[in-house]
Design a protein around this ligand. Structure first.
Ligand code: MN
Length: 498
């Protein structure tokens, strides 16, 4: 399901014809070597494609417009090998609509002390060529990433790799379609929002279907398909009967298998990549989708509970940004549930009624059937596990009435001290940066939600760069956060993003 297009990034080198053809030949040769080495580095998640050196207004404009039209081009990396008068870039930049990275590098790493002369200086002048180009991009108020350093440095290549995932988020955002089979939970504020504005800002299409339409799709799944999937579940997960009759238990699990297949067919048929449900609006569904939603999230679908379409879209966005990450640790919707406030052991137990993605699981995953304390349906089957240790980012997109704000919190995921045998849901446990109390205070001051989109495989920088490209405010809660400064950030945001 989680198929990302065969995206590529164009590498465009700027120069001019002032120093003759010999110099331009060197420029092309150098930029070809850089592209080749970048691709050979093994660090970049997507291929870089070399483009002929840009030296005229016409060619710059043409190249940027070709990039706009090329469906596989996810962004352009620019670098000024020599001086490139930046007025030449104005029309092209004005018409360019894709993610832009300015790689501020130079071909040689060291000054060739013994041989350096003015020819060398004129040929290798990114130090001022990139400043001229950077000036016009800033003057035109174009959002872009600037990465400085030698192109062979793995840190520099790592920054390009990280930005590539942001760029995928930017270009893929407008392909996210969220299916709502329930409205937002009654009286809840933070899961609400302006869907029209979300489409204008992020490109998200958010549509509603009557829940019974998808329930019909569930009913249409054949018994043999259900049985085959149940067998897969039983081979893959531990079965925790906890005193229940094995046959009755299996029937409960089969209901979720049928929901998984029926939902997925419906989503595929109608081309949706994310879904929201609501425990209070299940129509003819026999159980709240639990295990089924967990499996769909693992396949790459976004999910938001209680009608939370913003979280559904954000989970999908973060899934697509992390597609094919080597040794990925996972991405899921989570909910701030309950605290441990013992000094030195502080943290937030993250869980939900059922729907946590098993991609974040650590160790064995079990199936349990337990009553829900809410709603009026059968005891739903669900996957139960604890999550990996390590750092991650929790993201909350909120609607402030006149605009969106993305709140980003660096969190440290840990193991809880003891098992929780009576808790029938998947959990994660984290301590927010910079510490439990400052983190929680800042989150609340910013208006952050209880539902979050969480990933081990993305950074706040990547998510904040995505927000910047969408033209919305991002606030960061991390190791450097101090409440007084944070409140000033929020005040500045009120002015800047009004
Ligand atoms: Mn919830």
């Amino acid at each position: 399901m989680l198929q990302v297009k065969n995206y590529k990034f164009w590498f465009c080198t700027g120069s001019q014809d002032l120093y003759g053809d010999e110099c331009l030949a060197k420029v092309a040769e150098h930029s070809k070597i850089i592209v080749e080495k970048l691709n050979e580095s093994g660090i970049l998640p997507y291929e870089v494609v070399w483009k002929p050196t840009l030296i005229t207004n016409e060619l710059i404009r043409k190249t940027f417009n070709e990039a706009n039209l090329d469906e596989e081009c996810a962004g352009v990396i620019t670098w000024m090998h020599t001086f490139s008068p930046a007025k030449s870039w104005i029309l092209g930049l004005q018409e360019f609509r894709k993610p832009l990275l300015h790689l501020h590098t130079q071909f040689n790493e060291e000054i060739p002390y013994d041989s350096i002369d003015m020819d060398f200086m004129n040929e290798n002048q990114s130090a001022h060529g990139d400043r001229e180009y950077g000036h016009i991009v800033s003057r035109m108020r174009i959002e872009r990433k600037v990465v400085a350093g030698h192109w062979s440095d793995p840190i520099v290549v790592g920054k390009i790799a990280s930005w590539m995932r942001t760029a995928i988020g930017i270009v893929e955002s407008s392909h996210i379609r969220v299916m709502r089979v329930a409205d937002n939970m009654r009286n809840v504020a933070v899961t609400e929002g302006d869907k029209v504005e979300a489409q204008i800002k992020f490109g998200w299409e958010i549509d509603t279907y009557p829940v019974n339409e998808i329930a019909e799709s569930v009913d249409a799944v054949s018994v043999s398909d259900v049985n085959a999937l149940v067998e897969e579940y039983y081979s893959k997960y531990e079965i925790l009967l906890e005193g229940r009759d094995p046959e009755e238990f299996k029937k409960h699990v089969a209901v979720q298998a049928q929901i998984e297949l029926g939902f997925e067919r419906f989503l595929k048929e109608k081309n949706y990549q994310a879904i929201v449900t609501h425990f209070g609006d299940l129509g003819s569904l026999k159980q709240l989708p639990g295990l089924a939603i967990q499996r769909l999230m693992e396949k790459g679908y976004g999910f938001g509970a209680e009608g939370d379409w913003k979280v559904a879209a954000m989970v999908r966005l973060m899934k697509i940004m992390t597609a094919d990450v080597k040794n990925a640790k996972g991405t899921s919707m989570l909910e701030d549930y309950t605290y441990n406030l013992v000094k030195g052991k502080e943290g937030i137990l993250q869980a939900h009624m059922l729907e946590i993605c098993p991609s974040i699981a650590d160790g064995p995953i079990s199936i349990k059937c337990q009553p829900l304390s809410m709603g009026d349906r059968e005891d739903p089957a669900r996957l139960v596990f604890t999550s990996k240790e390590g750092s991650g980012v929790a993201a909350s997109l909120i609607d402030l009435g006149n605009r969106f704000r993305l709140i980003l919190n660096d969190v440290d995921c840990k193991k809880v001290e003891k098992p929780m045998p009576k808790l029938p849901v998947a959990t994660n446990f984290w301590t927010p940066q910079p510490d439990m109390y400052t983190g929680a205070e800042a989150w609340i001051l910013a208006g952050g939600a209880h539902h979050t989109a969480f990933s081990y495989d993305l950074t706040a920088e990547q998510m904040g760069d995505w927000a910047a490209a969408m033209g919305i405010e991002a606030v960061y809660i991390d190791k450097d956060t101090k409440i007084r400064d944070f409140k000033r950030d929020l005040m500045l945001g009120e002015i800047f993003y009004r």
